[in-house]
Design a protein around this ligand. Structure first.
Ligand code: SAM
Ligand code: SF4
Length: 361
């Protein structure tokens, strides 16, 4: 399928109209360490931090129905170590951090970590990705601690489909979490993952839902990272197909130029300026050549790619009182070993041992 070319519009979406950490309030980090550049010249500015592998639902594209056990407390990277690692990486050019999991709100006192991160010079964004089940009660304290952005996963507005996907009840809680986030000063975005057999029919109502709240909703292609290893190309609804589907209902979408070259999503606006839609297409249109992300797992392992098969142990380094320079050298080594692309489509592709909830999405 070939997606038609589109007209361009200026970025109209809500996130450009709401405050983030203002550039002039970001304290420059003068105590620099070498920039994190890989062997393909990609400069790394973004760190995803998983704070737990535990979750309160069991999405079939991510977790198994029955989990034998989550990481015990002593195996989690402590908040002080996370903050120390971020402060070292901020001196090397990391500008954005995203807290994720598992479900990040399952880790007690997350505000405490956000507060520690907010004190680090050089960070421009402290974001979180959440299923929003526990968000309603936490938005205020997280925002107060310094959280700037929240991405909320929402795949359907039907309770039956929610249960089919997540193997749990709780759509009402998610919607309450979204309401609370929209009423806050956080920059809010929605993420949806479409499984052909379950929620393709939900995409148009989801876009309406987003537009009614002047939000951007981004559709992420299903990747081979499910614990059940049931991924197949047939279940992936690619971004091009989805865009054609949405345009048949909403009319032509207007492309929004990227404000950040490393942004994985192609974003589109509507003629009336309400809300927006984005497509994150790691399977059909890999964006590896502009990838500037590294990932820290909840047990303190650094990964240079979702699909990487190697990990670098920062928990052990922190526990053995490694110097900042040593920690930086481990991170540099991880980045130097980053492949050019994830290779999902190649014949020798192997799904990583860890599933999405154990890495951090
Ligand atoms: N629990 C939080 C949530 O669901 O938003 C944060 C962690 S979750 C792993 C982060 C994101 O990864 C979610 O938006 C989810 O839809 C996405 N995700 C999970 N498994 C995926 C897969 N196999 N392919 C693509 N995206 C996936
Ligand atoms: Fe939990 Fe997020 Fe994975 Fe769903 S996608 S099971 S909410 S970690």
């Amino acid at each position: 399928m070939v997606c038609s070319p589109t007209a361009q519009v200026d970025p109209p979406h809500s996130e450009l109209m709401r405050p983030t950490i203002e550039p002039d309030t970001v304290v420059a980090n003068t105590n620099r360490l070498p920039t994190l550049i890989d062997s393909f010249g990609r400069v790394h500015e973004s760190l995803r931090i998983s704070v737990t592998d535990a979750c309160n639902i069991r999405c079939r594209y991510c977790m198994p129905e029955t989990v034998l056990g989550f990481l015990p407390q002593h195996r989690l990277l402590p908040y002080n170590s996370i903050a120390r690692i971020v402060s070292i990486l901020a001196r090397s050019g990391i500008r954005k951090v995203r807290l994720t999991g598992g479900e990040p709100l399952m880790r007690p006192n997350l505000e405490q970590l956000v507060d520690q991160l907010a004190a680090i010079p050089g960070l421009q964004q402290i974001a979180m990705t959440t299923n929003a089940m526990l968000l309603a009660d936490k938005v205020e304290s997280l925002q107060g601690a310094g959280l700037t952005h929240v991405n909320i996963s929402l795949d359907t507005l039907r309770e039956s489909a929610f249960k089919q996907i997540s193997r749990r009840d709780g759509l009402d809680q998610v919607l309450a979490g979204i309401d609370a986030a929209v009423s806050s000063k956080l920059i809010v975005r929605l993420n949806a993952l479409v499984l052909r057999e379950i929620n393709l029919q939900d995409c148009i109502p989801l876009v309406e839902f987003a537009r009614n709240r002047n939000l951007v909703i981004r559709f992420i292609e299903f990747m081979p990272l499910d614990a059940d290893r049931q991924w197949s190309m047939e279940q992936v609804v690619n971004g091009c197909e989805l865009r054609t589907h949405l345009e048949s209902h909403f009319g032509p979408l207007a492309s929004i130029p990227r404000t950040d070259p490393a942004q994985p999503s192609s974003d589109f606006g509507f003629i009336d300026g309400r809300g927006g839609v984005g497509f994150i297409d790691p399977v059909s249109k890999p964006f590896c050549q502009s990838c500037n992300r590294i990932r820290l797992t909840a047990d303190g392992k650094l990964r240079n790619c979702l699909f990487g098969r190697e990990e670098w142990d920062l928990k052990v380094a922190c526990e053995s009182n490694a110097t900042d320079e040593h920690i930086h050298s481990i991170v540099s080594d991880c980045i130097k070993n980053k492949y050019g692309s994830h290779g999902i489509s190649s014949s020798d592709f192997q799904q990583p041992e860890r599933a999405m909830y154990q890495i951090g999405g």
